[in-house]
Unconditional design. Structure first.
Length: 247
């Protein structure tokens, strides 16, 4: 009799989970579509407001080549709005159908990034932090992020680089990191174990640590060159929490 009672209890618990636990699609629907930000002199950007009031940091995501920034923004909103403004600028190269690229131009990328932050701060006066923000980049976006972050470490003092590479820094990179270390607060490098740049990610981490920049490296099992939509919270919440909690 006791065993039947335990089975019934387990079944009821499972049923309750199915009824009341919000599905991933339900959570995504609750977020809605990203808002559109007009950016003078640059493509429009997509963004989500942060959870909470007061001045909040920018969590800026730089998409990979050929990606859809609007779709990417939906993914990052699931995990990023608790930390700040989730902002997703578009690269200068329009590939059609919502697909964009950065044309391998850090200078163009920096202009777009700076203009996007300025437009957001103008629209929401007193609510958008101007420094100590988090810069995220994947693939070609990582290439842009690693260079822009190095050029402006005060504005972007915390990095989450996905599929990072030591080759994404040009010139005297180690010297640049040494000079930026007083402003760089924390850097998190995350790469899939099946990604071809794993070795380069490790080298980038060594360069950051040589410059005494607080750095974490995570190689994710069973993941390739991707930002999987169904693993946003599992893969990226803890890195963002670590980045946001640093002084």
């Amino acid at each position: 009799m006791r065993s039947w009672f335990l089975i019934l209890t387990a079944c009821l618990a499972t049923l309750a989970t199915l009824i009341w636990a919000p599905s991933a699609s339900a959570k995504e629907a609750a977020l809605g579509d990203p808002m559109v930000l007009d950016v003078p002199g640059a493509p429009q950007a997509f963004y989500y407001r942060p959870v909470g009031k007061g001045m909040r940091p920018v969590i800026m995501y730089l998409h990979g080549r050929g990606a859809n920034p609007q779709e990417d923004c939906r993914k990052w909103a699931r995990v990023g709005t608790r930390f700040g403004w989730v902002v997703c600028p578009q690269g200068a190269e329009d590939r059609g159908g919502g697909s964009r690229a950065w044309a391998n131009s850090p200078d163009s990328g920096k202009q777009i990034i700076d203009a996007t932050v300025a437009a957001l701060r103008e629209k929401y006066k007193g609510r958008v932090r101007g420094r100590n923000n988090i810069l995220i980049g994947f693939s070609e976006g990582a290439f842009i992020a690693q260079q822009v972050g190095l050029k402006d470490p005060q504005k972007w003092s915390r990095w989450l680089i996905l599929a990072a590479s030591d080759r994404y820094w040009v010139g005297e990179a180690q010297k640049g990191l040494d000079e930026a270390r007083s402003k760089l607060r924390r850097v998190f490098l995350l790469t899939g174990e099946n990604d071809g740049v794993v070795g380069n990610t490790q080298k980038a981490g060594e360069m950051l640590r040589t410059a005494h920049v607080p750095t974490k490296i995570r190689i994710v099992p069973n993941m390739g060159h991707e930002v999987p939509a169904d693993r946003m919270v599992m893969n990226y919440r803890r890195p963002l929490l670590w980045l946001a909690s640093g002084k």
